[in-house]
Design a protein around this ligand. Structure first.
Ligand SMILES: [Zn+2]
Length: 422
């Protein structure tokens, strides 16, 4: 049984609520929050009277009927597979959260309904989500039903903010983990999220969220484990895959070139490890394992967050300089004064952080062509295509803050050297 796969990022900067919300959503009091193995399924009730949705942990067996009063004989049918990814709480990790947004369909921003609503990183997340066409749900978490004027005040503040940012409707919901919680409304929001339109017949391509290597005690082989989201085509077990950018070297003329890595897929699993797969299609979140030669590629593949893996010889180019069409946001957040300040124009020589896909790279502004066009040199080359969207961040008080977005108009492509077989 499989359904459309939705990937959601969880961001909660008033901590402690992610686990509670997740347990309620998964209908599993025992669930321990993990970075990316929080898998759920949303079921829709077949009743024509009301649109009820229920959610539970993937792999858990539950009732085949709706629990809503009067719907006892209405069956529930699988609507969506949902992966929830836990993103860091600290606002200094803006680039990680914003980069992660690229592979997500939506993001849940959690806050404590009784505490004043913090605008950071919410405002940045909403701005980035709108640039990347992702869904946002603000969740105010509370222990009891509304019994406090502060909750209503904070709800009003968030609603005003969302309306002010041009969003059609206030996306705030008020769930709790009690039996009469509003989790069903959250399931409805998630199930109704717009998702990307995938090219299933294109050569396979996946973005890597996380990777690690370990020694298998039984076989004494070195195993590379990669977790990611398939963005195009279909990945198959036993398939040979290429990883870019891989490592870098210099040619005889001293020019930098990239050496992609080639691996063989040993196993494919769903990201939580519940299902072994023969293949995975665009939209799926999966774990790929490969037995590798540590001597050859061990040093390259240990941390590949943001790298791209896919069909050999079909991955995007590796770029070292970008000509960007940029649009600056009117305001950026100043974490010193905890208020917004005007975004000043981009200047030649300044160093920005450019986020493309899940990869962020420091980028020195080499040329300001006009108000909307800049040329930047990347400190570490990235794998991307012309017309890809980028997010621009500027350093402010030791952390990077979102100042705008853009699109790759042109780029300097690095030569692809000999691939390294792992
Ligand atoms: Zn129902």
């Amino acid at each position: 049984m499989s359904a459309e796969h939705i990937a959601i990022g969880l961001v909660g900067y008033q901590n402690g609520y992610k686990s509670k919300l997740l347990r309620a959503f998964l209908n599993d009091e025992e669930h321990a929050l993990a970075f990316c193995s929080n898998e759920a399924q949303i079921f829709k009730c077949a009743s024509p009277d009301a649109a009820c949705y229920i959610s539970r942990k993937r792999g858990h067996v539950g009732s085949a009927f709706c629990a809503h009063p009067g719907h006892e004989s209405d069956r529930v049918v699988l609507s969506k597979d949902v992966s929830l990814l836990d993103f860091p709480d600290k606002t200094v990790y803006a680039s990680t959260i914003l980069g992660g947004m690229f592979i997500l369909d939506g993001v849940l921003i959690l806050s404590d309904a009784k505490l004043p609503f913090a605008r950071l990183p919410t405002v940045e997340l909403i701005a980035a989500a709108s640039v990347l066409n992702k869904n946002v749900v603000l969740v105010q978490s509370m222990k009891d039903p509304i019994d406090d004027t502060r909750i209503l005040e904070h709800h009003h503040e968030i609603t005003q903010l969302l309306t002010g940012m041009g969003l059609d409707e206030a996306l705030t919901i008020l769930p709790s983990t009690s039996a009469n919680s509003n989790i069903g409304a959250l399931s409805t929001r998630i199930s109704n999220m717009c998702t990307a339109v995938y090219e299933y017949h294109a050569p396979a391509e996946m973005i890597i969220m996380d990777s690690c290597i370990h020694e298998d005690q039984g076989t004494e082989k070195t195993v590379l484990t990669i977790q990611g989201r398939v963005l195009k085509g279909v990945l198959k077990k036993k398939q040979q895959l290429e990883i870019r950018p891989g490592s870098f070297s210099h040619d005889d003329n001293g020019q930098i070139m990239c050496n992609p890595v080639i691996i063989n897929v040993a196993t494919l699993d769903s990201i939580g490890g519940n299902d072994q797969l023969e293949q995975a299609a665009a939209g799926d979140m999966i774990t790929v394992r490969s037995n590798i030669d540590y001597e050859q590629i061990g040093g390259i593949v240990a941390d590949m967050s943001g790298f791209v893996i896919g069909h050999v010889d079909s991955l995007p180019d590796v770029l070292s300089a970008l000509k960007l069409k940029v649009i600056l946001l009117p305001l950026m957040f100043d974490s010193y004064t905890e208020d917004f300040k005007e975004v000043s124009i981009i200047e030649k020589g300044e160093v920005l952080l450019v986020t493309v896909g899940m990869l962020s790279a420091a980028a020195e502004v080499r040329k300001v062509v006009d108000e909307t066009t800049v040329v930047v040199t990347l400190k570490s080359p990235i794998c991307a295509r012309k017309e890809d969207k980028v997010l621009l961040l500027r350093s402010a008080n030791v952390c990077w803050r979102l100042i705008g977005h853009g699109q790759i108009e042109d780029a300097t492509v690095i030569k692809i050297g000999k691939a390294i077989h792992g």
